[in-house]
Design a protein around this ligand. Sequence first.
Ligand code: AHR
Length: 665
Amino acid sequence: MNRKTTGSMLLALIAMTVGTAAFGQAPFGPGSAPQAATPVNGTMTVNISDKLKISDTMFGIFFEDINYGADGGLYAELVANRDFECTPADARGWSAKKFWVVEGQGMTFDIGTDDPIHANNPHYGVLSVGEVGPRLINEGFGGFRYEKDASYDFSMFARQQGDKPASFEVGLLSDAGNVLASGTLEVNSREWEKVSLVLTAADGNSTPDACGKFYLKPLTAGAPAAVDMVSLFPQDTFKGRKNGLRKDLAQTLADLKPQFVRFPGGCVAHGNSWQDDCYYWKDSVGALEERKPIKNRWGYHQTRGLGYFEYFQFCEDIGAYALPIITVGVDCQFAGRQQAVPMDQMDRIVQDALDLVEFANGGVHTKWGALRAKMGHPDPFGLKYIGLGNEEQISQAFEERFKMVNDALVAKYPDIVVVGTVGPGASGNDFDRGWRFARQEKVPIVDEHFYMNPNWFVDSAQHRYDNYDRTGPKVYAGEYAAHAQGNPRPNTIETALDEAIFLTGVERNGDVVLMSSYAPLLGKHGNMQWTPNMIYFSNTKIDKTTTYEVQKLFGTNAGTNYLKNTLSFGNALDAYQSLRVAASAVEARNGTIILKYVNTLNRPVSITVSLENTGDDIIPETACRTVLTGPVFTGKEYTLTENEIKLGKTFTVDLPPCSMTVIRF
Ligand code: AHR
């Protein structure tokens, strides 16, 4: 590539306001308001020829159905409790009628269990009216978002419960109660039958943020009918997939350019109990009405319409590796006393792991490969990574079961890369024992978790991996987030920049840290069990945090080689302050050189950069610069700007106070 020709460079200014907060107080360093003081001078050398390989899975995303991340979130289904399978076990006070409300007088709305569509889906609604008029309203996940002229696929399973066929009107209601679209359906079978139609909204809700409702209106008096799997999907899903993902949210994730997607958790992967809410993947594939809904470990209901097939499909759609995390038969360590699958039932757990590889990669004539093909994907998904366990207590019970699953996987599928687990913390008993065990079992990668205060990411995590053993298992920094004080814990410029400092250390140690993902990913306003999250959303909008922007800057500027570099401030900064400015240098696959800088001081920093071991002729005249900063270190408000700077063998990069800067050439 001729790096001298950069073409016409963009001079774009994008400013985003996402909130405000008070100015901090400290005179110099984190917590204080940025100052237009004299810059601190530093020097940096970048050796263009001294390269260290970085994995192609360095920056990924952690997806868990927490904070309504799946049902009511990424999964585009609009009807809540479509399967009438909500129970008090999901959440106190919930029942099979949750989210359904009768409007008007004279409707009988019962829950039936005789002869259901499938044993995994044992409940259904039974409706009858003495006179036409009342409607059964679905409240949705905080209402229904309808867009003018958008089309929606309605479907349900239904059967007549008596001698008379029944007909129904179904419709979309705006927030103001206006019918935006409606249609009628006949139910004239004594067996379950799927009926469907398309509804096109004549208008949207009255304001962009408002949400409507959905109704089902019996049109035949004295003709009881059973209904189940009552579903309404926007046709405009991500990549137009049926049973697909909410387009704007999925695109927001795709924009991060994640190199892998971890799913379905987190704690959801094993639930609180192997007998109860553990996420056995086989129950999440096949026809929707045959999947097994379960309570969500975070206190709500999982339909599992977004199941393993859909996760694999999403990974393929965005060019990311899949990283499923499956149970090894041991409960979550936060569920109380550790319970584990009895040894005489472990065959099932082992077989599930083996069959998952067959489902993802097997030929269409294998049992599970055939199911994948039947679901619409005859080609293999190319699964390469499987995580075994999620931060369980590392006990004898765990080790025995992990070994059973791991040994079977390695023996049958030696190309699958297993990711082990070392507990919930950055250190401690599980961490130490987990690492010892992983070394002993020669587990290729282990999953470290740390939710720590912001300073920890600067003082400890930044150099955490510099002296890690290069001969043992590699690292997946699988769940991390800077937790500032507050309720809810905020995402601020400070938390995001401290995470960014950590990530410069991750890139520098790209030979030992092969994967990383911030957690959790999604939080739905009004439905939060955990903060902070990377992205907040409602039914109608998406709020990207400072952390999101940092993750995007790393994801979209990932390298395949790390370039040796030094950053120095002489006597200009003391040891404490020096830790608060960090840099990394990488080379991308196409040869682009990318320099990243994080300045968490409240003063500007000016760095003289010298490029070593490169000829003048291949250095372009200008480079593209992106700066993320905000007016208040502890605030949420941020701006992103893009412009260009002059380059040479030696050039200057000015870092605003409290900022992250990316230079590309
Ligand atoms: O990210 C939220 C939770 O934190 C995950 O489910 C769990 O693995 C961790 O404790």
